[in-house]
Ligand binder design. Structure first.
Ligand code: 5GP
Length: 125
């Protein structure tokens, strides 16, 4: 399993060394707008703990961290008006893991996309 790089960009955001447009913070979780949004709403949700990816998080995080993270993802979607409502609303969550997953920042994060129809699944290339 990969070793956590304490100088990755999200670690620096967590330490307050780099600014972010924060949308949510609690004991275990920070969420902020992606710097290059790919949908009308594009929020990054990260645990405060030092986990490289979902692979690392799912293996090592405490039940409290996992619960807090899962609850936060749903709450942030609702707070940002993305919850499904009748025929409207809805959103996508995505996490890239490692090389094949196309992960660029080695601190576990979930992308939350919404605000338009997002098409189906993943790019074919
Ligand atoms: P990944 O490819 O690792 O799943 O996604 C990394 C995401 O982080 C990208 O969508 C990229 O736009 C975003 N990102 C990279 N650097 C920064 C930054 O300094 N601030 C913010 N808010 N987002 C960033």
């Amino acid at each position: 399993m990969a070793v956590y790089d304490t100088n990755n960009i999200f670690a620096r955001i967590l330490r307050g060394e780099i600014p972010c447009k924060k949308v949510h913070e609690d004991e275990h979780v920070l969420a902020f707008h992606d710097i290059h949004p790919q949908a009308p709403t594009h929020i990054l949700i990260i645990p405060k703990g030092a986990y490289v990816s979902f692979d690392d998080f799912s293996a090592k995080a405490t039940p409290e961290e996992i619960t807090a993270f899962t609850r936060a993802v749903g709450a942030i979607a609702r707070e940002n008006g993305l919850a499904p409502n009748g025929d409207g609303g809805g959103y996508r969550i995505l996490t890239n893991i490692g090389n094949n997953g196309g992960q660029e920042v080695p601190h576990f994060h979930v992308h939350l996309f919404g605000g338009r129809k997002l098409g189906r699944m993943i790019a074919k290339d």
